[in-house]
Design a protein around this ligand. Structure first.
Ligand code: 3PG
Ligand code: MG
Length: 405
């Protein structure tokens, strides 16, 4: 049991009366789907909102859920309809969940009007309307007409100033759901009071995604370990040849981070050895080489065994670890060894272990290690934005604790 510092100064569903009210809950049901079958491959984001949904049902609210799925860019894309998500949720809740064919308009209003206390309805994909991402006032008003109260439980989308995240809060009393609260408390705790040594384990393709976060917390951490695609950029910044590894336009940024780490007395660990190949496919020949000997026609696809043990040693002496980003091209099993090893080590640490969302979270779920981590975030981009110290528009827009009586 861990004690979080409460970061939230926003009202939550605990602070309001919802019985008999129509409550529109913005959730992030942007779940991964199998390319061929359309089956949900990881339902963590759905399950993570259950405390909010069940609490509203128990209190007799009429629950209207709204979400996006994928990036349909303002068009109706049948594969991105939310009907199968409604069906999945209905099985988990053991009660019917009606899926509407649109998210606004007279037909939806009729469905909402027929809801009884404790009923649940899921609106069609909000992003079928380009007005959602544009943050259109008329669209926000059309959504607001459906409800008496607005709840944001979509932590993963709270860095977007979209109509269903920000616009709608101008027209309805707007409070946080329990998942949003939990995310902010968990991530807030590592900004406020991390136990030391505090280590960052970073991977994934892009350095640019993580710069803001590094800037904000580099003076709080003791060690930064870098693997994945972004390690190539760091290695190159230190004048290693990285063959055909994809380099971002961030060499200077990486050089800057290296300097900042030195200035702040932060240990920056880059791979000593890497797995390389000349083709990205499951069958090719792979080899592990020292970072000094990366063949010019090869590219980095994973961290090597020596690096795994160096990172392991560092992780084992850490008291707080934040992990974001795979150590290699983990979608191909042969290049997933480093990432999987890190997941297993984190799962067994006697430390506060926080996993950023996105692909890292999906992998942890797939390995059935979620319960062994202190917290696995449901937000990828949102958690990085939060840790970069920037306000999340979707959180800012909610009522402050002392604002509503
Ligand atoms: C996510 O998965 O990152 C969130 O659901 C937000 O989606 P977006 O990145 O397409 O805005
Ligand atoms: Mg995203």
């Amino acid at each position: 049991m861990y004690m979080w510092f409460t970061y939230m100064d926003k009202m939550t569903i605990r602070d309001i009366e919802v019985s008999g009210k129509r409550v529109l809950v913005r959730v992030d049901f942007n779940v991964p789907l199998d390319d061929k079958t359309g089956v949900i491959t990881d339902d963590s984001r759905i399950r993570a909102t259950l405390p909010t949904i069940e609490s509203l049902i128990d209190q007799g609210a009429k629950v209207i859920l709204g979400s996006h799925l994928g990036r349909p860019k303002g068009k109706v894309v049948d594969k991105l309809r939310l009907a199968s998500v409604a069906q999945h949720l209905s099985q988990i809740l053991r009660q019917p969940v009606e899926a509407t064919r649109d998210c606004i308009g007279p037909e939806v209003e009729r469905s909402v009007a027929s809801l009884k206390n404790g009923d649940v309805l899921l609106l069609e994909n909000l992003r079928f309307h380009s007005d959602e991402e544009r943050g259109s006032t008329a669209f926000a008003q059309a959504l607001a007409r459906l409800a008496d109260i607005y709840v944001n439980d979509a932590f993963g989308t709270s860095h977007r100033a979209h109509a269903s995240i920000v616009g709608i809060t101008r027209y309805l009393p707007a409070v946080a759901g329990l998942l949003l609260e939990k995310e902010l408390d968990a991530l807030g705790s590592i900004l406020k009071s991390p136990s030391h040594p505090f280590a960052l384990l970073l991977g994934g393709a892009k350095v640019s995604d993580k710069v803001g976060m590094l800037d904000n917390i580099i003076d709080k951490v003791d060690c930064i370990m870098v693997g994945g695609g972004m390690a190539a950029t760091f290695l190159k910044a230190k004048s290693y040849e990285v063959g055909l590894s994809l380099l971002e336009d961030s060499l200077e940024t990486a050089a800057e981070i290296i300097k900042k780490a030195v200035r702040n007395g932060v240990q920056l660990l880059l791979p000593d050895d890497v797995v390389v190949t000349d083709k990205i496919s499951a069958q090719v020949k792979i080899q592990t080489v020292s970072v000094e000997n990366i063949p010019p026609d090869n590219r980095i696809v994973d961290i090597g065994a020596l690096t795994i043990s160096t990172f392991t040693r560092e992780l084992e002496r850490s008291k707080t670890v934040f992990w974001n980003g795979p150590m290699g091209i983990y979608e191909i099993p042969r290049f997933a060894e480093g990432t999987k090893a890190m997941a297993r080590i984190l799962a067994n640490l006697n430390a506060t272990t926080i996993v950023g969302g996105g692909s890292t979270a999906e992998l942890v779920t797939e390995m059935k290690l979620t319960d062994k981590m202190t917290f696995v975030s449901t937000g990828g981009g949102a958690s990085l934005r939060f840790l970069s110290g920037e306000a999340l528009p979707g959180v800012e827009a909610l009522l402050d604790k002392n604002e509503y009586d």
